[in-house]
Design a binder for this molecule. Structure first.
Ligand SMILES: Nc1nc2c(ncn2[C@@H]2O[C@H](COP(=O)(O)OP(=O)(O)OP(=O)(O)O)[C@@H](O)[C@H]2O)c(=O)[nH]1
Ligand SMILES: [Mg+2]
Length: 262
């Protein structure tokens, strides 16, 4: 903290925005972030989007020293883009990173509330499913998928988190340092559940803050049946691994090692 980019009680904050074909959304989202939280820096992590999002990000960065771009070779999934963004933040001494979608679903105007909560927590999850949250314009099938997915994740993994699949979060770097990020295997949105699980198991302090979530208005969703299947498969795998570890603990007194799920 201490320089002009510092956020009171949190330090230097980097908002990581992963993008794939978000040219219709990027200018507006970056502008909203800069207005809602002028002290933060922004990193656009673009996977060589065919629609020119990367070049647009370069133009935004050229006009604003607090906007940065990480160009990646090709589409490798949300999880890989975030891990690269976290590494970028660590190398440059940021104190906290924020995960935010480019499509406007995560309102930058909620960012001050998330950062305020980060003063007393190492992980802040912007939740769609806690008191005071609102979800606008989501089709019933997406609502049901999110509610069911979160219920399943909570029960299967025993995590007291209402929105383990949500992607609007603050991580203090100190919390990320406590997590075994090398072990992360999710490619799609199960990345959020995987990091929730790692944080819960590491015993870092997680708080949830209600957010106002809105369906994207422009551009196309990258959600696919494959991504949903990956999440279900991985959550089930982690639940089985957790139970095996618990059984070993009972039988042998100590865990004999982590069971890895492919
Ligand atoms: N860098 C990178 N970003 C990605 C990738 N897949 C998705 N994204 C970005 O991740 C964010 C979330 O993706 P969305 O397509 O909005 O997914 P979603 O919010 O679950 O789905 P919708 O609610 O239908 O919009 C957006 O900013 C995307 O551009 C990827 O492979 N690489
Ligand atoms: Mg979206």
């Amino acid at each position: 903290m201490g320089d002009e980019t510092g956020h009171p009680g949190v330090g230097r904050v980097l908002v990581v925005i992963p993008t794939y074909n978000e040219a219709d959304n990027l200018t507006q989202i970056v502008d909203r972030v800069r207005r809602a939280a002028p002290a933060v820096h922004v990193l656009v992590a673009d996977d060589n989007s065919p629609d020119g999002t990367g070049a647009l990000a370069d133009a935004l960065a050229g006009a604003d020293p607090r906007v940065h771009v990480l160009h990646r070779e090709g589409k490798q999934g949300l999880g890989a883009a975030y891990l690269a963004g976290f590494g970028w933040a660590r190398e440059r001494g940021y104190d906290a990173v924020v995960e935010m979608d480019a499509d406007g679903s995560h309102a930058p105007e909620d960012l001050p509330a998330l950062l305020a909560a980060a003063r007393d927590a190492e992980v802040v999850i912007g939740s769609r499913w806690t008191g005071g949250a609102r979800v606008h314009n989501w089709p019933l099938r997406r609502l049901l998928l999110s509610r069911f997915g979160n219920l399943y994740a909570r029960l299967a993994l025993g995590m007291p988190v209402s929105d383990a699949t949500g992607g609007y979060r603050v991580y203090r770097l100190s919390a990320l340092d406590a997590l075994d990020l090398e072990s992360v295997c999710s490619q799609g949105y199960s990345f959020q559940v995987e990091l929730s699980r790692l944080a819960h198991r590491a015993g870092v302090r997680i708080v949830e803050v209600p957010i106002t979530f809105a369906e994207r208005e422009r551009g196309h969703s990258k959600m696919s049946p494959l991504i949903v299947a990956e999440a279900l498969w991985r959550i089930t795998g982690w639940a089985v691994a957790d139970r095996r570890t618990a059984v070993r603990r009972v039988l042998h007194g100590t865990p004999t090692g982590q069971v890895r799920w492919p």
